[in-house]
Design a protein around this ligand. Structure first.
Ligand SMILES: Nc1nc2c(c(=O)[nH]1)N[C@H]1C(S)=C(S)[C@@H](COP(=O)(O)O)O[C@H]1N2
Ligand SMILES: [Mo]
Length: 207
């Protein structure tokens, strides 16, 4: 895409209210991972759910792929100031996934746990939204394919209303917690909520 058409598209998105302040449009798909990309072993991979649930649960890869999936087209906004529009994903909608579980009344926060220890946190109320997904495919192809795996294969969360660091790649467990547990970047000084349209980038300092 030429410079001029990128700028034209950017202007159009700004006018449409889809480009948050401080962001610019990219046609590329930058990879941002702290640390290495884990390898995917379908035979030993699992997704666990624990914490404020009646019963901890575990899905093998085969079992997870049997869950009903849907499609979602959304915009993504990275705190490093790029936004990408109309990205197309396929996966299990979080609201459908919640129906597989029995949460206890104590569940208030969802902590995503990833391979190699990356974590990120959101209120259950933010995750319980119609555009939140556990994604397994991007633009029609499995995230665990070799050229896509860096984007979170085989499974990542997608939370389009928050900066992209809240979309956990290489997801291995979801913890339902009565208390908030700031994740990797949140402990590192990023904002706890991360709404791109309010430019909630860094935690405000108190001094
Ligand atoms: N497991 C894991 N998930 C992660 C990260 C990470 O380092 N590890 N980085 C986050 C950040 S800061 C961003 S911007 C997005 C980047 O996703 P992408 O590499 O598909 O663009 O993933 C988020 N999820
Ligand atoms: Mo990021």
């Amino acid at each position: 895409m030429s410079y001029l058409s990128r700028r034209a598209k950017e202007k159009e998105m700004r006018k449409a209210g889809r480009l948050p302040d401080g962001q610019s449009l990219t046609e590329k798909f930058p990879v941002l991972t702290y640390g290495p990309t884990p390898s995917f072993e379908p035979a030993s991979w699992d997704l666990r759910v624990f914490g404020a649930v009646e019963q901890p649960r575990r899905w093998t890869w085969h079992e997870f792929t049997q869950l009903p999936r849907g499609e979602l087209t959304c915009d993504i906004h990275c705190v490093t100031r790029w936004s990408k529009f109309d990205t197309r994903w396929e996966g299990v909608f979080f609201r459908d996934f919640l129906r597989e579980l029995r949460l206890t009344d104590a569940a208030r926060y969802v902590i995503a746990h990833c391979d190699y220890g990356y974590t990120t946190n959101l209120p259950l109320a933010a995750m319980d939204d119609d555009d939140v997904m556990l994604a397994v495919k991007y633009e029609g192809r499995w995230l665990h394919e070799p050229d896509l795996i860096e984007h979170g294969g085989p499974l990542r969360t997608l939370v389009p209303k928050r900066y992209f660091w809240k979309s956990a790649k290489f997801l291995r467990a979801l913890e339902f917690s009565p208390v908030d547990k700031p994740g990797f970047w949140e402990q590192g000084g990023y904002h706890n909520d991360g709404d791109p349209f309010q430019e909630q980038r860094m935690r405000r300092r108190r001094w």
